[in-house]
Design a protein around this ligand. Structure first.
Ligand code: MG
Length: 448
């Protein structure tokens, strides 16, 4: 059997890679991992296959002696909250996040509401391979249902508080589960909310689920057409948030992260930000503004959690708009990011473009270059030799720091490609750095 778990649990096309049989095996393996007893919360998004997979996972869990508590349709941050709120031993979320509708996924969560570490996933993988342990007829677990959206909403609203001004917000949840929570919470904070793609539909007819500029054209137009103050977009399971300003311009994820982090650290204190090597230098500016430090990790959600477990921290985030508030949860919190951004805007006074301009401007160029898997190690070696003597950061791939910007070349962990990111204070310099990176990369690939 190949590796089951990817960068975010088990993902695949439904009934091809991810079948109800595999979902059953995963449920049984988790129950076996937990010692064939305990309570497990199960949540799902609104994909056409999610209920089927939920039932299969639940059957596996109870056949393995665990009690299953089904939470029904919930965003991923609500599942994470539910695991702790219901004092469960683990959680399972059925979602494929931003992937197309034919995909689905199964992701495990620990009793602290953090996603399983890679080591824990490897262990469950081993159990799937060996076969989980079925319990006797009189030890089969029970299935019950619980609503955690209400307690989640109450707790989050209590934390966020009311807004002073009535902001007009267009919320685009891409026909996904975010629509069950975010528009309502923004309304209760005092916003005037207009929803876009706000009805649940597992075929996701409104837009593609990844909240990136090319998928947010309709939101940008709606913000301008409605004369709204901003737009807020989630991915399919609402653990990521992207903001569109009052002119309809999409803000990059690291700027949303930076502004949310700045507000969080200003309001509640804290000295340590955790992010990856791919995040904009704007996060270093934020750290300087509040006297905090920045720890940079390899790319990926488990890396940020891992660094938090090693050395602690207050806020974490990625350039894709996934933000952690460690005093609230160990899950990327798209919903709290939206609420925190609104509080930052409310404190600043707006408009969003001016709030954004309160941080230094950077320009980014992101490219990808195809490269066969077997060449990747050799290419990395050639690049290290080529850039030797410069200010290098080898945390993940190779990052070359310059006085006026940086260049990051990184092999993808899941695709036969290299990613090439450049950032600088001017657009011309960012392009120049990216071109240099692409040139060196192609040269290294052709010589390897
Ligand atoms: Mg997601």
């Amino acid at each position: 059997m190949g590796r089951l778990f990817g960068t975010f649990g088990v993902r695949g096309i439904v009934n091809r890679e991810l079948t109800p049989r595999l979902a059953f095996d995963l449920g049984l393996a988790l129950a076996t991992y937990l010692g064939n007893s305990g309570r497990v919360a199960v949540g799902r998004d609104n994909r056409t296959s999610s209920e089927m997979l939920e039932q299969a996972v639940t059957a596996g869990l109870t056949a393995g002696g665990c009690d299953a508590i089904t939470l029904g349709l919930v965003p991923t941050p609500v599942l994470s909250f539910g695991v702790r709120h219901l004092s469960c031993d683990a959680g399972v979320m059925i979602t494929a996040s931003h992937n197309p509708p034919e995909y689905n996924g199964v992701k495990f969560w620990g009793s602290d509401g953090a996603g399983f570490s890679r080591e824990m996933e490897r262990e469950v993988e081993g159990i799937v391979e060996a076969g989980g342990k079925l319990v006797g007829w009189n030890e089969v677990g029970e299935i019950s249902a619980a609503d955690v959206i209400e307690p989640y909403a109450r707790a989050l609203l209590e934390r966020a508080g009311k807004l002073r001004r009535e902001w007009r917000v267009v919320v685009d949840c891409a026909n996904g589960v975010g629509t069950l929570v975010t528009p309502r919470l923004l309304r209760e904070m005092g916003c005037r909310v207009i929803t876009l793609n706000g009805q649940l539909d597992g075929t996701f007819p409104g837009r593609k689920l990844e909240p990136v500029p090319e998928n947010l054209g309709e939101l940008s137009r709606a913000v301008v057409a409605c004369g709204a103050d901003l737009g807020i977009a989630h991915d399919g399971d609402a653990d990521r948030t992207i903001v569109v300003n009052e002119r309809g311009e999409v803000m990059m994820g690291d700027r949303v992260f930076a502004l949310a982090a700045l507000h969080r650290l200003t309001e509640r204190g804290g000295r340590r930000i955790i992010t990856t090597v791919a995040t904009s230098s704007v996060i270093d500016d934020v750290a300087r503004m509040v006297g905090a430090s920045v720890a940079r990790t390899r790319v990926g959600e488990p890396e940020i959690i891992g660094e938090y477990r090693r050395s602690g921290g207050d806020v974490g985030g990625e350039e894709n708009g996934g933000v952690f508030f460690f005093d609230w949860s160990f899950c990327r919190e798209g919903i709290l990011t939206a609420l925190t951004f609104m509080k930052a805007l409310d404190a600043h006074g707006g408009p969003v473009s001016a709030l954004d301009s309160s941080l230094p401007r950077y320009y980014q160029v992101k490219r990808r270059v195809e490269c066969p898997e077997e060449k990747k190690a050799g290419v990395m070696e050639a690049l290290r030799a080529r850039f030797g003597g410069q200010r290098l950061d080898l945390t993940d791939g190779i990052k070359v720091n310059f006085d006026d910007g940086w260049l990051l070349i990184r092999p993808s962990g899941t695709e036969p490609i290299f990613r090439c990111f450049a950032e600088a204070r001017t657009e011309g310099r960012a392009r120049e750095l990216a071109e240099m990176g692409l040139r060196e990369l192609q040269d290294a690939i052709s010589r390897t």
